[in-house]
Write a protein that binds this ligand. Structure first.
Ligand code: HEC
Length: 117
């Protein structure tokens, strides 16, 4: 009986860990393949979202200093995805506004050679 009780706690701790950490981590960093990043339809959807939302703060016409100008050549897709998903300081999180596919599409747009703020 004692052993069973121990197992119960282990299972609970494991479940809690997977809920908070491990499960989140895979949602955290989806895979960005070259094929995905170069897909035309994805690019178009991402561009739409960029001009619908992101340009308010990051765009060429945004009030200077409101948000940093993006420097995609310095980023990895996973970094951009994390910032969009979770936000950071004054950068809002978008995980409740855009679903995963949409957030991935904006990443594809931002990382594209044709990106323009
Ligand atoms: C309400 C204004 C606002 C909007 C809208 C906004 N951002 Fe931001 N964003 C910020 C601010 C402010 C920062 C800087 C956060 C910091 O580092 O303190 C930032 C940072 C970032 C960064 C990290 C830049 C770096 O060099 O560290 C990325 C990437 C980014 N935003 C992408 C986006 C995308 C994509 C969208 C559209 C879905 C978006 N942002 C919409 C305000 C905004």
């Amino acid at each position: 009986m004692k052993q069973l009780k121990g197992l119960g706690w282990t299972a609970m701790a494991l479940a809690a860990f997977m809920y908070s950490g491990a499960a989140y981590a895979s949602e955290d960093t989806p895979e960005f393949t070259e094929a995905f990043l170069n897909d035309e339809a994805t690019f178009a959807r991402g561009k739409e979202i960029w001009f619908e939302q992101c340009t308010l703060c990051h765009g060429a016409k945004a009030y200077p200093g409101k948000a940093p100008q993006l420097k995609p050549w310095r980023y990895k897709p996973s970094f951009v995805y994390r910032r969009i998903t979770k936000g950071f300081r004054k950068m809002p999180a978008w995980n409740e506004v855009y679903d995963k596919d949409e957030r991935m599409a904006v990443v594809a747009y931002v990382m594209s050679k044709k990106f323009s703020p």
